[in-house]
Design a protein around this ligand. Sequence first.
Ligand SMILES: O=C(CO)[C@H](O)[C@H](O)COP(=O)(O)O
Length: 220
Amino acid sequence: MNTKVIAPSLLAADFANMQRDVEMVNQSDADWFHLDIMDGVFVPNISFGMPVVHAIAKHAKKTLDVHLMIIDPDRYIKTFAELGAHNLTVHYEACNHLHRTLQAIKAEGMKAGVALNPHTSINLLEDTIQDMDLVCVMSVNPGFGGQSFIENTYQKVNDLRNLIEKKNSKALIEIDGGVNASNAKKLIGAGADILVAGSFVFKSENPTNTIKNLKELIAQ
Ligand SMILES: O=C(CO)[C@H](O)[C@H](O)COP(=O)(O)O
């Protein structure tokens, strides 16, 4: 993939002005919207659910990249397809039958992604990497925006890039957590395709410019 993707995470957006923030992303150089769904069980936080996703989807004009940080994600695959998700990512740690889950996501017409917590080894994807459209490497422990980037992520991205090449997989590599202008270029250099950025974008003075600058920084 030549074009690198910037996916602002709406977790860090202003929920009282969500329509304004969605329009900002629509008008910006961002490529995707990233939506983090948290259930308070798989992660120690609850973010937002279906009515909010529905409202965002109504206004969003770019790829909807939905990341489920929830237990038993299979229960909601059909619902997220109906809500308009283009990509659906489930956690490796939350799936008993990952291969089946990936097929179910694709059967609903969505791209299938798998997210790995910082403690989960890339080696565990040996037998399923060919079934994935996307691997999301968590560069923080999932649950909250605004955390510090974990440095070991670079090594994981390297290992994942090697696995993808070895297995001839088409999976894209996404990084989620603590992404900013100081680590973006190095992540792309290590093999990442998609950078999710929440706080760095929405807590900045001018989010549109921040997205533009990130995009220019990682342009190949
Ligand atoms: O949801 C997250 C962790 O669970 C992510 O960190 C979030 O998508 C991005 O936020 P930030 O850029 O502030 O780390």
